[in-house]
Design a binder for this molecule. Structure first.
Ligand code: URA
Length: 425
């Protein structure tokens, strides 16, 4: 019988682990027979000595199999999900899910909360009064059969080994290992059991991956391991040097999502969402996915599905639309005429978190109303004195601090990044 200490010794000495070793390890993590100090040693050895693609695949599958795998049996449509590695102003999921459902792709989406300076889909959805992200897996499955779309939070049954390892990675400084990130993300996505996975790998100051090389490596690994596990998969490596769209902050981002769904959203966030759904459509064998998306944004079908999903999950869109603004709003004006390239994504993400829109500790409450709202998109010509955007804050002091830090990060007159750096299939 293989001992956990033998597995640790092998990884410490840079030997390859077998699929059986990794199953034993992941099962032991989930049932508590592998201790947290052994798990931590495994993480550090894997961080330093790496995991090759066979080991990454085996670890991913073992972590997936540590819990329930959703069964779709005779589901009549292609099933897909999207994972974003996290950014600032990244509200794509809220639009993507009903939009994809409106063109015939079912979306069983399990999302997370804001992490560090990046926003989280669950926090955004919960800014809609009454919206319940805590459905059971049975209700989740039923809603996907009924409506073609459901958006919930992680449940205890899905990939429990990841919950343990994820909580240890921060404390052991092993977060930034590509195989560990890949196994963590994919174990949960594979437990949802869709046919198609599309990844939005963010790259830039406001992203987990700061440079193209790391972002491309993560994107390649996610696609490769997804394919090896039997899924259709592709990734877009997208820019996150500037916030995407006009709004960053939970309520503001839901408002922008409604604008996109009502076909009057900003060009960049609309385009990226459509491109991600078009990737899914390509894998699903749906021709002209992009055109169908544009049609369903224009004819209200995507908005209609979003409204049905909100209602099915207890949310009240009328109450959302009646929400008041944060107590203080403070405009920011252009101090010159020129080509405004916008604020830095990381600065905005941190400023929104400091305003109360994100968390420093898991137990922190999020203030849904605060955030940064732009009047103009990054990369636009502006006149001296023109309003560029405004901070929404709980009080004057925090509003002034956020306007100062965000304004200090503005750049001018430089070429902007393309929205999508690269497609990986
Ligand atoms: N999201 C995850 O689920 N896991 C990671 O390791 C990083 C992002």
């Amino acid at each position: 019988m293989v001992l956990i200490t033998d597995i640790l010794k092998a990884k410490r000495d840079s030997l390859s682990l077998s699929s059986d070793d990794l199953y034993k390890f992941a099962t032991g993590i989930a049932d508590g027979t592998v201790t947290s100090y052994q798990a931590s040693a495994f993480l550090m050895a894997s961080y330093i000595n790496g995991l090759d693609s066979e080991e990454t695949l085996a670890l991913t599958m073992a972590m997936r199999d540590s819990g329930t795998i959703v069964q779709w049996d005779d589901h009549p449509r292609p099933l897909a999900d999207k994972h974003s590695t996290g950014g600032v102003g990244d509200k794509m999921s809220l639009v993507l899910a009903p939009l994809a459902a409106s063109i015939g792709i079912s979306i069983p989406m399990i999302s997370g909360r804001g992490l560090g300076h990046t926003g989280g889909t669950l926090d955004k959805l919960e800014s809609i009064p009454g919206f319940n992200v805590n459905l059971s897996l049975e209700d989740f499955r039923k809603q996907v059969f009924d409506l073609g779309v459901c958006m919930i939070g992680q449940t205890k049954q899905l990939a429990p080994a990841d919950r343990v390892l994820y909580s240890l990675r921060d404390a052991t400084s092993t977060v930034t290992s590509i195989p560990l990130i890949c196994a963590s993300i994919l174990s949960k996505k594979l437990a949802e059991n869709p046919d198609i996975l599309v990844f939005d790998v963010k790259c830039g100051t406001g992203a987990f991956m700061q440079n193209r090389k790391d972002a491309e490596e993560l994107a390649q690994t996610l696609v490769q391991i997804s394919k090896l596990s039997g899924k259709k998969a592709s990734a877009l490596v997208t820019s996150m040097n500037k916030p995407i769209g006009l709004c960053s902050g939970n309520t503001l981002e839901v408002q922008e999502s409604l604008d996109i769904l009502n076909n009057k959203g900003p060009a960049d966030s609309t385009e990226l969402t459509v491109e991600l759904v078009a990737e899914m459509a390509m894998h699903a064998g749906i021709e002209n996915g992009r055109e169908l998306c544009l049609e369903n944004l224009a004819n209200g079908k995507a908005m209609d599905l979003f409204a049905k999903m909100v209602e099915a999950q207890g949310g009240d869109l009328e109450a959302f639309e009646a929400l008041s603004l944060a107590p203080v709003t403070l405009d920011v004006r252009a101090a010159r005429t020129g080509y405004w390239c916008g604020p830095d994504a990381l600065v905005v993400g941190k400023a929104v978190r400091k305003l109360g829109g994100g968390r420093y500790r898991v137990e922190d409450e999020v203030n849904p109303l605060v955030g940064w709202e732009q009047e103009v998109l990054c990369g636009s010509p502006v006149e001296d004195g023109q309003i560029l955007g405004r901070v929404h804050a709980a009080d004057r002091e925090s509003a002034e601090e956020a306007t100062r830090t965000i304004s200090e990060s503005f750049t001018w007159d430089s070429p902007s990044d393309p929205l999508i750096f690269e497609e990986i299939r």
